[in-house]
Design a protein around this ligand. Structure first.
Ligand SMILES: [Zn+2]
Length: 176
């Protein structure tokens, strides 16, 4: 079982499962410092261009080689939409004009040596206007994938929440 150092005294601590009175948490066996295991927040921006969506191929673990959507963890003091725009810029070089709220999706994420934790994924969507995407940062490649081909690509999705997310995006794109 993965452990992390106690934030107060440095003693390695592991997660405890939830019980009747407490959600999942970590308690330090030495100094008794306790933190709850709250979810992290991630935010993404999906770009649609004439029946296609901009998808990335992951360059690094976890899920290297799988298809991903532009997005990432929200940093302290960032707005959800601000984080989504920053990630799109960092990963593809694109900036976008108007973006609309698309939806919210639960998932989990895994970091080696730390373990699995819940993630709240927030998404926005917008129509492409200008600029050619070029993959950078965590992405090995960025390409325009036909919305109609998404059901066939499900097994290549990096994350479980991409299935309902891209289904909702396809509906959003049809609405125009
Ligand atoms: Zn401690």
């Amino acid at each position: 079982m993965a452990s992390v150092p106690c934030a107060v005294c440095g003693q390695p601590i592991t997660r405890r499962p939830p019980n009747a009175t407490r959600p999942r948490h970590m308690t330090c066996p030495r100094c008794r410092y306790m933190i709850y295991d709250y979810p992290r927040s991630a935010s993404g921006l999906l770009v649609v261009k004439r029946g296609h969506v901009l998808l990335l191929e992951r360059a690094h673990a976890p899920r290297a080689g799988y298809l991903d959507v532009p997005g990432g963890f929200v940093e302290a003091n960032e707005s959800l939409e601000g984080a989504a725009r920053r990630e799109l810029r960092e990963e593809t070089g694109l900036t976008l004009g108007r973006a609309e709220w698309l939806g919210f999706y639960w998932d989990t994420y895994f970091i080696r040596g730390f373990g699995r934790f819940p993630v709240m994924n927030f998404y926005f969507a917008g129509q492409w206007r200008l600029g050619e995407p070029r993959a950078a940062d965590d992405a090995a490649s960025a390409s325009w994938v036909p919305l109609a081909s998404l059901p066939r690509l499900r097994r290549r999705f990096a994350w479980a929440h991409m299935t309902p997310l891209l289904r909702d995006l396809t509906r959003w794109a049809r609405r125009g």
